[in-house]
Design a binder for this molecule. Structure first.
Ligand code: FES
Length: 127
């Protein structure tokens, strides 16, 4: 944000105040933006269910639900990580919109539209 210069503000001695005020305004703006981003990321997560247990997984762009869940110590069953065994099948309770489209392996293996293979579902967008 630029501060308007006035005749009074050009008087020697006031210059430093303008720089300080500008720095304060910029710092506050950056802090607000960071706070907003943090809130958005905190709010966004997907909820998955496997074997009757529900877990929340925080998104990470271009990372699979399985990898992200494992990174967050979420105990999901899995085996091949290639989309062939079907062991990582989960129900997406909320957050479908943040995930990639179903892969051919998922279409072939899964009958329920809310089910995904955690190793094949990739976070695409979370902000
Ligand atoms: S781990 Fe085998 S299909 Fe996902």
């Amino acid at each position: 944000m630029q501060k308007k210069l006035t005749v009074g503000s050009l008087i020697e001695g006031k210059q430093n105040n303008i720089h300080i005020e500008n720095a304060i305004v910029e710092k506050k703006t950056v802090e607000k933006q960071e706070k907003r981003k943090t809130k958005e990321v905190e709010k966004k997560s997907i909820e998955i269910e496997q074997h009757g247990r529900r877990y929340e997984v925080q998104p990470e762009q271009n990372v699979s639900v399985l990898e992200q869940a494992l990174n967050q110590k979420v105990p999901i069953d899995y085996k091949c990580k290639k989309g062939s065994c079907g062991k990582c099948e989960v129900t997406i309770v909320s957050g479908h919109g943040m995930l990639s489209k179903r892969t051919d392996e998922e279409i072939a293996k899964l009958t329920e539209p809310t089910h995904r293979l955690a190793c094949q579902a990739v976070f695409q967008q979370y902000y």
